[in-house]
Ligand binder design. Structure first.
Ligand SMILES: NC(=O)c1ccc[n+]([C@@H]2O[C@H](COP(=O)([O-])OP(=O)(O)OC[C@H]3O[C@@H](n4cnc5c(N)ncnc54)[C@H](OP(=O)(O)O)[C@@H]3O)[C@@H](O)[C@H]2O)c1
Length: 304
């Protein structure tokens, strides 16, 4: 089968299209024929080798932590999945991923795919949708009536977070660049551009989903009410705030049950999946290069 792999850590030039043996599912696993995967910023971090202690991948490595596809073989010990089932999942970050024609997945991380959107596009949901939900409700405990700030709402995680927070009854103020502002406003947020300098707090919770400098995290912490929370997926927030502001770093974890709930929202037209662009498998190295250059915007789906 065809798979994109990098044989050493380095720039996007280390990636190439290889022909590799199709894997066979072991106990608890299924084989998924990939319809789509999606690019996540962490893919470039892993490829570059910046976080080898956190993500110790064996080389050569196939990236792609999101999968949408069709089950073609079922290993022993798997229940609730059958050949032909259309599924999506958030795959372990250190296993070979879905930038390939087939990928192995534990049956435990998969959920039925949405039925109302193209299967490949559903690969835009798992990692970022789960991150948004976990940030809002496992870490921040966002409640109806609260006023929250979402920094980086123009991105994939931010877009889902705005929609989920508005549905939960929160009042959402959001930062987003010009190209994303109108869409984020359509999700129900008050959008203030990208500049956090002139913002007036306090907010019950501030969520940061943008790759910002540590100084910006200090500014964001200052916008949180006494005893509130600053939740971030990127740069850590300041610790030991005398006002009791808790700084929480998110580390997304798989949750097939929650993913199924997000799929229900998609099919009920209550959670919009925004795909900024589609590429084919052989174009994935170019997507990594654009990410490294800072010119990639929004969620890219890789169709296989
Ligand atoms: N820790 C975890 O478990 C976890 C999980 C998922 C993601 N992440 C991280 O969370 C971040 C967001 O992920 P994503 O998938 O949503 O990425 P993404 O789609 O690339 O979105 C990031 C967005 O941040 C905005 N942005 C960029 N630089 C900014 C700045 N200096 N100030 C304000 N906004 C800025 C951009 O939107 P505009 O152009 O609209 O400004 C961009 O679209 C990434 O860094 C990712 O690695 C971490």
């Amino acid at each position: 089968m065809r798979a994109i792999r990098f044989h050493q850590h380095g720039d996007a030039g280390t990636m190439r299209l290889d022909h590799v043996e199709q894997p066979t599912p072991g106990f608890g696993q299924v084989l998924v024929k990939v319809a789509g995967t999606s690019f996540n910023p962490v893919d470039a971090t892993i490829r570059a080798g910046h976080l080898r202690q956190v993500f110790p991948v064996a080389l050569p490595h196939t990236p792609g932590i999101d999968v949408a596809g069709t089950v073609t073989a079922v290993g022993e010990g798997v229940t609730g999945l059958h050949v032909g089932a259309q599924v999506i999942g958030f795959l372990p970050m250190t296993a070979d991923g879905a930038a390939a024609e087939y990928v192995l997945a534990s049956g435990e991380v998969l959920a039925a795919a949405p039925t109302t959107i193209p299967l490949a596009d559903a690969a835009a949901l798992p990692a970022t949708g789960l991150t948004a939900w976990q940030a809002l409700f496992e870490h921040a405990d966002v409640q109806p009536g609260q006023r929250i700030l979402i920094n980086g709402a123009g991105g994939a995680v931010g877009g889902y977070a705005v929609q989920l927070a508005v549905q939960a009854g929160a009042t959402v103020v959001a930062t987003a660049g010009e190209r994303n502002a109108e869409r984020v406003r359509g999700y129900g947020a008050q959008v203030i551009g990208r500049d956090i300098g002139g913002l007036a707090g306090p907010f019950d919770t501030v969520l940061n989903f943008a790759p910002v400098a540590p100084a910006d995290m200090v500014t964001l912490a200052g916008l949180v009410r006494d005893g509130g929370a600053l939740v971030t997926t990127t740069t850590p927030g300041p610790q030991d705030d005398p006002r009791g502001v808790r700084s929480i770093s998110v580390f997304v974890h798989p949750d097939a049950g929650r993913l199924a709930a997000l799929v229900e929202l998609v099919d009920a037209d209550k959670l919009h999946i925004h795909v900024a662009g589609h590429v084919t498998l052989d174009e994935l190295p170019a997507v990594h290069a654009r990410s490294d250059a800072g010119t990639l915007s929004g969620k890219t789906v890789i169709t296989v």
